[in-house]
Design a protein around this ligand. Structure first.
Ligand code: GLU
Length: 421
């Protein structure tokens, strides 16, 4: 328990326990799913530009593979811990199951601030990580992808390193690669697209549609930016965005393309200056008078200290684990809908799955066909979660708990027929 209440891992395990009770699954399911199958720690030496060796510690947590190869991103962030990586890997197991993918869950991490490395140092570190993990990953074993602090260029270095070790090109070992290296153009925006699709579908149920609804977004990286882009395209009004330094708010709506241009040029949306727009902090953005709030940065930002100040009726978790378990209780009792990470941000991994299928066949769909396939899978998950939620009782059970029951069901049945339980 931290000052902010439950830790991310504690929140995940609490929800798992509750889902097992709600679904009537045996206690053994908790015994197995409450810890990862394998944790790999690697120490990667990198020759820095100053000529000295620096050793970076990295992890790969392989949580559960009852449904297929482990799948999940790699995070580069100075504050990552093994406990956080375990929580993230655990969520991946449920996210992949919930969305009907033939995957188990995994997650990797390196404690590093990638912004402080030169391009050459970053490449060395990425290749070193792929080399160290090569015996434990592969298209049939464990398929990493980007997460916070990593991107398609890093995937390209890693797939190149893994391919050199294998002696031939292996496109399906990492996903979210550059398009030229067997990626798919939809992957760049797929997580944000999924956030917007989930918001749109929930808004239809809550208000009859998303048109004109106001949105505040915390985080303006890949998920936050593309989430804003697609939400706006679907008719919502984005009034506030922040990045790690802070952000901007205009109750009449922001000109997204201009905000993005300022971010690209100066490194932060804070430098965006237009009439009617004021600066806000990362705490303020969560408490604005908006209809929809999208936390799309890091975990535990909505906690018991600020849950009561949140005014949005719909929270869409672009980030993994932004809401603590105790904050969720408070918000649920006030009738706030929280679309949980394993559902709302699954566009990324669902699209990774489609890219992986393309890679295994060396056959590629065009952008529109890929996006339609992605949307179909997301809508199917949305309908299953909503059905499960109404069956379990919307006032007694949160959307997250309903999604966990739906996810655990597939994993439980797979473990049962395999003879694990
Ligand atoms: N890092 C993303 C997630 O948390 C994507 C994972 C993937 O594409 O494998 O879902």
């Amino acid at each position: 328990m931290s000052l902010r209440g439950t830790t991310f891992l504690e929140s995940v395990l609490q929800t798992l326990k509750r889902a097992i009770e709600l679904g009537g699954y045996p206690e053994e399911v908790y015994e197995i799913l409450s810890r990862p199958q394998r944790i790999i720690t690697v120490n990667i030496p990198v020759r820095m530009d100053n000529g000295k060796i620096q050793v970076f510690t990295g992890y790969r947590v392989q949580h559960n593979n009852a449904l297929g190869p482990y799948k999940g991103g790699i995070r580069f962030h100075p504050e990552v811990t093994l406990e956080e990586d375990i929580a993230l890997a655990t969520v991946m197991t449920f996210k992949n199951s919930l969305n009907g993918l033939p995957y188990g869950g995994g997650k990797g991490a390196i404690a590093v601030d990638p912004k402080k490395l030169s391009k050459k140092e970053l490449e060395e570190l990425s290749r070193g990580y792929a080399r160290a993990l090569a015996p434990f990953i592969g298209p049939e074993v464990d398929i990493p992808a980007p997460d916070v602090g990593t991107d398609p260029q890093i995937m390209a270095w890693m797939v190149d390193e893994y391919s050199k070790i294998s002696g031939h090109n292996v496109p399906g070992v990492f996903t979210a690669k550059p398009v030229i290296l067997w990626g798919n153009p939809v992957r760049e925006y797929s997580t944000g697209f999924g956030v917007a699709v989930w918001a749109r579908e929930a808004a239809k149920k809550l208000w009859g549609g998303i048109e004109g609804k106001t949105v505040a977004i915390q985080g303006f990286g890949n998920v936050g930016y593309w989430g804003a882009y697609w939400l706006e395209k679907m008719g919502a009004k984005v009034v506030a965005v922040t990045d790690s330094k802070g952000g901007v708010y205009n109750p009449n709506g922001l000109k997204l393309a201009d905000v993005k241009a300022v971010k690209d040029k100066t490194g932060t949306v804070m430098n965006y200056d237009a009439s009617g727009t004021r600066k806000i902090t990362n705490d303020e953005v969560l408490e604005l008078p908006v209809d929809i709030l999208v936390p799309a940065a890091l975990e535990n930002v909505i906690h018991r200290g600020n849950a009561n100040n949140i005014k949005a009726k719909l929270i869409v978790e672009g980030a993994n684990g932004p809401t603590t378990a105790d904050a969720e209780k408070t918000l649920h009792s006030k009738g706030v809908w929280i679309l949980p990470d394993l559902a709302a941000n699954a566009g990324g991994v669902v699209m990774s799955y489609l890219e992986w299928v393309e890679n295994l066949q060396w056959y590629f769909w065009d952008e529109e066909e890929t996006r339609n396939r992605l949307e179909r899978i997301l809508l199917d998950t949305f309908n299953r979660v909503m059905n499960r939620w109404s069956k379990l009782g919307t006032s007694q059970v949160t959307i997250r708990e309903a999604a966990y029951v739906e996810a655990v069901d597939r994993i439980y049945n797979a473990m049962k027929v395999r003879g694990w339980i």
